[in-house]
Design a protein around this ligand. Structure first.
Ligand SMILES: [Fe+2]
Ligand SMILES: [Fe+2]
Length: 186
């Protein structure tokens, strides 16, 4: 008897799907684990974009260049510390909300970050005040020189700091609280 095209497809589909079953059982018995703590891509991209535009502005002549260099002096160390302790714990939000297992090593590393953030939060918020003044200096210089690109940078930075204060820093602290409340896998 000849095999119809439909029968051929069904046979092929059965053959291809057969090895998937044990994999599915395996996947159910061992849920995926978080192996590393990484800053979410969206936030890393925003930091990188702000940083590269600011570096460009520091090379400008006139008031914009002067204001941008003053801003970079206070912003650079702040960004570095944020990327060490405030932003990486946010990379655990999506896996935690999906029920992904966090190993003891990842939990321990994340708690060091969130504990440091809780301790250093008052200083980081003070830094935001200093940064805001420098951002306003850049904005005024950009307006005076009709440099729209750097005026936009100043507005983006002001918005970025506000988002951190209202959403990102508190959420990173709460990631620590959540990790302490949940049992970790070995
Ligand atoms: Fe930031
Ligand atoms: Fe910040």
């Amino acid at each position: 008897m000849r095999t119809t095209p439909l029968a051929s497809i069904l046979i092929l589909t059965a053959a291809v799907s057969a090895p998937i079953v044990p994999f599915a059982i395996h996947a159910q018995s061992r849920p995926p684990e978080v192996a590393r703590i990484e800053i979410p891509e969206s936030i890393r991209h925003e930091h990188d974009e702000i940083h590269s535009t600011l570096v460009e502005a520091t090379k400008a002549s006139g008031g914009v260049g002067t204001a941008a260099r003053a801003l970079a002096k206070v912003l650079d160390p702040h960004f570095v510390r944020e990327e060490q302790i405030a932003l990486p714990p946010l990379g655990l939000l999506a896996p935690l909300s999906a029920g992904t297992v966090v190993t003891e090593a990842v939990k321990s590393e994340a708690l060091k970050m969130t504990d440091a953030l809780r301790r250093e939060l008052p200083r980081m918020l003070e830094e935001h005040q200093t940064i805001r003044k420098a951002v306003e200096g850049l904005r005024q210089a950009a307006v005076a020189e009709n440099a729209q690109r750097y005026q936009q940078l100043a507005e983006q930075l002001a918005h970025h700091a506000q988002t951190e204060e209202e959403v990102l820093y508190p959420t990173a602290v709460l990631v620590g609280d959540l990790l302490r409340a949940r049992p970790a896998a070995r």
